[in-house]
Design a protein around this ligand. Structure first.
Ligand code: MV4
Length: 479
């Protein structure tokens, strides 16, 4: 069906896809911007095409240039990676109409599951537990107030078109709801050109737990357990791990089955992630579904000894996923740290520049996914993530030790990175004990109140989710 894949991405994920293609005997085409001439994805692909200036809008996000590159190189398929065009339904549709296989779900699935209210309806209909709340949009403060009184406070207002925590408001009483309603709808109108809000019961101190699923075009669906992504800051994930310290075999079975049922009943194909909030009593609630391969997929690959990118490509080729759910068990505990070129002391401000020296950790159970090298200049136009450090060991305790040691021997000179911040986290007794929730970083790491207020009104896009239409830069992945 296709023997050549164009990779519409850059950085470590482009390299990751190239490696999978080589193992499958599929030729690769790299596309690159003028800022990426010296990038490794260009070097390691079989062919390469320059698609324009550094600005993502004129290169990695420019659908016309990417389709043209696929046509001139005769690539039969496009792998979008994460961020950029990965969850752009229009792009998937253009691929479909050009006879190019989009390596992902159908345009219609991307569109429907990308609509938060629609996704919630679809999951609810499939029997997946969803967060209690409004059925669709709340039209007015009065409607919101009636519902909140019925459900009980606290409640949360969310922008229908929101993402990465934007346009969200927690309301503890009616007065806060009244103010919150107007603020959130104004904010949503400005940011997303859509003032619509919906209301949910606010889940207290939850974990963010997501289930990795895959479905093929023959009706086979599987899940690969969970990833706990609760360690995040301003909706940017910092650490992901599996098994979740909160998880039990029984809960995994129920959440996994729910995620698979959600995918099956919507006729989903490809890899996907079903995100849940899990409260302290281990009740779980569907949040949203990501229709792409995610940044943190290696955690699952290491724990389950699978190659998710190869499986994803095989599914796009129309092949069957040749697995049995009962064989899909954790063989390892696995943890990932995202290493970003950011100055932790300056509010995690991106700090691109030249890497003058680099030593990456190694040894058994240590994996580093990266596309940077000594002498590489990190361009300022893209995401600040420069590497993912993934470890695996038989137990969480051993994996934590392995990660601490790996971080200690990770040397990056020339630019500041988030490595020192990770070193602190891996020495924090509560993290080491697995006692954390989504509030961990805010609660345990010094940050002024002013910083936090700042963050709420800030408009920076997150690191590997669908980009809001207004985003200038690339990898937006919603948390
Ligand atoms: C919530 C919640 C509590 N209750 N919904 C944040 C991003 C967005 N996609 C959903 N988010 C949340 N929704 C209800 N009903 C708390 C969050 C939340 C959060 C979720 C996952 C990871 C980190 C988070 C940080 C703050 C708030």
């Amino acid at each position: 069906m296709f023997d050549k894949i164009l990779i519409a991405n850059r950085g470590e994920i482009a390299l990751r896809v190239i490696r999978a293609c080589k193992e499958l005997g599929i030729k690769t085409v790299a596309v690159y911007s003028e800022a990426d001439r010296d990038a490794l994805h260009v070097r390691f692909a079989d062919e390469d095409v320059c698609i324009g200036p550094p600005q993502p809008g004129q290169s990695y996000l420019d659908t016309k240039r990417i389709i043209a590159a696929a046509e001139v190189t005769n690539a039969g398929a496009i792998h979008p990676g994460y961020g950029f065009l990965a969850e752009n339904a229009d792009f998937a549709e253009i691929c479909e109409s050009c006879g190019i296989v989009f390596i992902g779900p159908t345009a219609s699935h991307i569109r429907q599951l990308g609509d938060k209210i629609k996704a919630k309806e679809l999951m609810k209909a499939a029997g997946v537990p969803v967060t209690p709340g409004s059925e669709g949009v709340v039209a007015s403060f009065d409607d919101a107030s009636d519902l909140a009184r019925e459900m009980g406070y606290p409640v949360m207002l969310k922008a229908v078109a929101g993402g990465g925590g934007k346009g969200m408001r927690v309301c503890r009483d009616m007065a806060e709801l009244e103010r919150g309603f107007h603020l959130a709808s104004t904010e949503a109108a400005n940011a997303f050109d859509n003032a619509d809000l919906y209301l949910e019961k606010f889940i207290l101190n939850p974990h963010h737990v997501e289930i990795q699923i895959i479905g093929d075009t023959h009706g086979n669906y599987f899940h690969f357990g969970e990833r706990d992504c609760s360690i995040q800051r301003r909706h940017q994930k910092l650490i992901e791990e599996t098994p979740s310290p909160l998880m039990t075999d029984e809960l995994r079975e129920r959440m996994g089955s729910a995620a698979v049922e959600g995918a099956r009943q919507t006729g989903y194909r490809g890899v996907g992630t079903v995100e849940f909030l899990v409260d302290r009593e281990r009740h779980f609630y569907f949040m949203e579904m990501n229709t792409r391969i995610q940044v943190e997929h290696p955690v699952t690959e290491e724990a389950f000894e699978v190659d998710l990118i190869k499986e994803q490509i095989r599914v796009a080729l129309g092949e069957k996923v040749n697995l049995r759910q009962e064989d899909l068990k954790h063989r390892w505990a696995s943890i990932e740290c995202r290493i970003n070129a950011e100055d932790v002391e300056k509010d995690f401000r991106p700090a691109p520049g030249m890497i003058t020296a680099l030593h990456v950790p190694g040894g058994p159970g240590v994996r580093v996914d990266r596309a940077v090298y000594t002498g590489y200049a990190i361009p300022p136009y893209y995401d600040s993530m420069i590497a993912k450090l993934i470890v695996r060991a038989r137990t969480r305790e051993q994996a934590v030790v392995k990660m601490r040691n790996a971080l200690d021997e990770f040397i990056v000179e020339g630019i500041p990175t988030t490595i020192p911040f990770h070193q602190e986290i891996f020495r924090h007794p509560d993290f080491v004990a697995g006692e954390y929730d989504i509030g961990f970083i805010d609660a345990k790491f010094k940050q002024t109140r002013a910083d936090r207020v700042d963050a709420e009104s800030e408009s920076k896009t997150p690191s590997d989710a669908p980009a809001p239409a207004t985003a200038v830069s690339d990898k937006t992945e919603d948390n």
